[in-house]
Design a protein around this ligand. Structure first.
Ligand SMILES: NC(=O)c1ccc[n+]([C@@H]2O[C@H](COP(=O)([O-])OP(=O)(O)OC[C@H]3O[C@@H](n4cnc5c(N)ncnc54)[C@H](OP(=O)(O)O)[C@@H]3O)[C@@H](O)[C@H]2O)c1
Length: 285
């Protein structure tokens, strides 16, 4: 049994919260007023900007008790998950949003080993270790809030959100490691969702599968979203779908109507066709 004081406002820990989807997710969670925030990423100046945004939003909404903490950590480094866990020891963390992720494109043969290690460590290893390290705390949170859920309306207080991707559903030549890493996240999350349902822990465990979404991630890989013939969702669409999945404990959610059509088609189509089409789309960006 943990020694955490659950009568305090709980925290939502969001990785990759310094920009992009993670920033908007952290802001949306703060706007609810139910959770304080722990923002994790590498760049302190960007995290401080997000912290200011959150504090301003909370003041204007009257959620003055919402606290914001910053943890600067490179989550692709060995031992990063343990460092984050130690830095939050004793805090009532009730939501873990594993959002940080990176993409690398290009022929797989040409990738530098260091980059390969970085993406696997960030997208797979650290995400998994954070889940393992925080699960007991999150299950304790779920148990505490189960009896008090009526105080928070439809807002689910305890859960794990793992940011996968629509690319989890298909092998993507020239983006092989990214797609494979997101397939891992999807499979892990679905299995965990089922385990927690079977054990009746009350902990929500959800995988989010955004399709192409305009965010800084594209520029980091030198890709131009305007050249890609895919249905684009906004970060708001992704955040709204994420909170809906969390509140309803939906195992897997695909934000956006057209992306749902796409995901349905991918599941029906033969794999050889999916591979070829994925390759063609990759070459556009
Ligand atoms: N945008 C899309 O089209 C799309 C589609 C499907 C899925 N997704 C997934 O959604 C998630 C968020 O994507 P996004 O588009 O918002 O990406 P983004 O704009 O590139 O933001 C990524 C965030 O992760 C942080 N981050 C990156 N590397 C990190 C590291 N080594 N250690 C700690 N933090 C790190 C970045 O902050 P620092 O640089 O400050 O560390 C930033 O806050 C990712 O998992 C991505 O795979 C995105």
């Amino acid at each position: 049994m943990s020694l955490i004081d659950w009568s305090q406002r709980p925290y939502a820990l969001v990785t990759g919260a310094s920009e992009g989807i993670g920033e908007e997710l952290a802001l949306a969670l703060a706007r609810r007023g139910t959770h304080s925030l722990i923002l994790v990423a590498r760049t302190r100046s960007k995290l401080e900007r997000v912290e200011r945004r959150i504090r301003e939003a909370c003041v204007s909404l009257g959620h003055t008790e919402v606290d914001v903490k910053i943890i600067c950590e490179d989550l692709s480094a060995t031992g990063a998950a343990e460092k984050v866990f130690q830095a939050t020891k004793g805090l009532p963390v009730a939501i873990l949003a594993n959002n940080a992720g990176m993409a690398i494109g290009g022929p797989t043969d040409n990738l530098e080993l260091a980059k390969v290690e970085q993406i696997l460590q960030l997208n797979i290893v650290t995400l998994t270790l954070l889940v393992q390290l925080y699960t007991q705390t999150l299950v304790d949170a779920a148990a505490y809030y189960r009896a008090r859920q009526h105080l928070y309306g439809k807002h689910r207080m305890a859960g794990i959100v793992n940011m996968s991707s629509l690319s989890a559903l298909m092998p993507i030549p020239h983006m092989s490691l990214y797609a494979a890493s997101k397939a891992y996240v999807l499979s892990l999350t679905e299995a965990l969702h089922h385990e927690h349902q079977m054990h009746n822990t009350g902990l929500a465990v959800v995988a989010i599968l955004p399709g192409a979404t305009v965010s800084p991630i594209w520029a980091k890989e030198g890709a131009d979203p305007s050249k890609v013939l895919l249905p684009f969702t906004t970060m708001d669409d992704v955040v709204r779908a994420t909170l809906k999945a969390l509140d309803s404990n939906k195992a897997v959610i695909v934000p956006g109507y057209l992306n749902n059509v796409l995901s349905f088609s991918v599941r029906l189509a033969p794999r050889w066709l999916v591979r070829r089409l994925a390759y063609i789309f990759m070459r556009q960006g």
